[in-house]
Write a protein that binds this ligand. Sequence first.
Ligand code: FAD
Length: 436
Amino acid sequence: MFHEAVPWEVEKLCFEYDTEPYYQALDFKVKNYASTAGIEVFSPVSHTLFNPTDIIQKNGGRPPLSYQSFVKLAGQPSSPLSHTLSSLPLVGDVGSCVISEVPTIKELGYVDIGQDECSPFRGGESEALKRLNEIKNDKEWVATFEKPKGNPSAFLRPATTVLSPYLKFGCISCRFFYQCLQDVYKNVKRHTSPPVSLLGQLLWRDFFYTVAFGTPNFDQMRGNRICKQIPWNDDDELLTAWRDARTGYPWIDAIMVQLRKWGWMHHLARHSVACFLTRGDLFVHWEKGRDVFERLLIDSDWAINNGNWLWLSCSSFFYQYNRIYSPISFGKKYDPNGDYIRHFLPILKDMPREYIYEPWTAPLSIQTKAKCIIGRDYPKPVVLHDSASKECRRKMAEAYALNKDSNGMVSEEDIRNLRRKLKEDPEQEAKNKRIR
Ligand code: FAD
């Protein structure tokens, strides 16, 4: 599915079929067909380092809910298979069946994709192995890799491996990746360790797979026992502004353009936009943001995507809702000149450096010179960050108190009542209206 130069519209088509029930039904059909034909069916666990069932069993039947406890239980993964196949086996006699070619983009109905820039990442196993080889050869880089350090605005040479789409589509084995990292570590004096090391990132992947596998309704707020119940907004206007890169905050909008065009952004860039949409500024439901990511990411992965949205919205795993990413100063710290913004939002390319993160503060004469009038060529901010984030903190505090008082048994009615109560702050309501 992750082929050469696949535009995001085609990826979307693939994702529409990339659903668990579809695959389960297909697996069942294939297994059934093979068994009736006298073929032995064997289903190994190979998409993850560990078998989630084993970890859950070791933890007394429940998935471990912290990375540390997961790592303690996990131990070492089994090695990847050592033999390689250089070509696929011949198809053989297929009787009256017709083997169809892979359809072209045109045949899939995408004639004019109307996109000036496509994802620079090419698909396939050869490409994945080439990337991994380059990474392996840079021992110093692997040994000193430390997340969350790293520049989210680096786009000419991303600060991380960009192996996620290849892992997602099975172009590369996570066990082989793991073994390569171990080989590098054996040959260096010192190296970083989990959770921040590169090997630690692979363990994050397995951690989310294990929790997702063992948690009913993991992908929703209601009925999910590890998810805080929060009275999120259903504000489609704000959601659309965020999705379509029209929030008026260049750092946020540039990231959303990168998502749309490349289908990939750095981890901290994902943090910024996910925090902004949910508990940071807009207070929109994390499930809505999750859906947008699911459709547009080329590494879109059910367990990892939902797990990270739960994390970033402070619905699960991470609970420090007072720590909010600023849509202005966070990006500026890495890229004071705003090169990332200028690349993904060319309408702002001539905006002077001192206004690039807050163009609405530029005097009209400067906006005119930069050929970008705020409110006409580029939107005004949809909310004012200072007051919006303050309001989000207040709502989160109330929601957390409700969850604590109800001992995790928050009903729909409790949520409705809290939503009503939060709306009853007339001062804030008036402020929100003024901003809009
Ligand atoms: P590297 O830093 O090079 O890490 C190597 C590999 O480790 C990655 O390819 C990935 O498989 C794994 N990994 C790294 N970080 C994480 C993490 N936080 N959680 C789980 N596994 C991790 N990643 C996806 O693969 N698919 C998603 O759908 C996805 N959705 C996300 C949504 C949000 C809101 C956030 C904040 C993060 C999301 N991530 C997702 C996690 C992370 O951002 C990406 O895995 C990472 O940026 C991919 O780039 P990379 O391959 O260069 O990562």
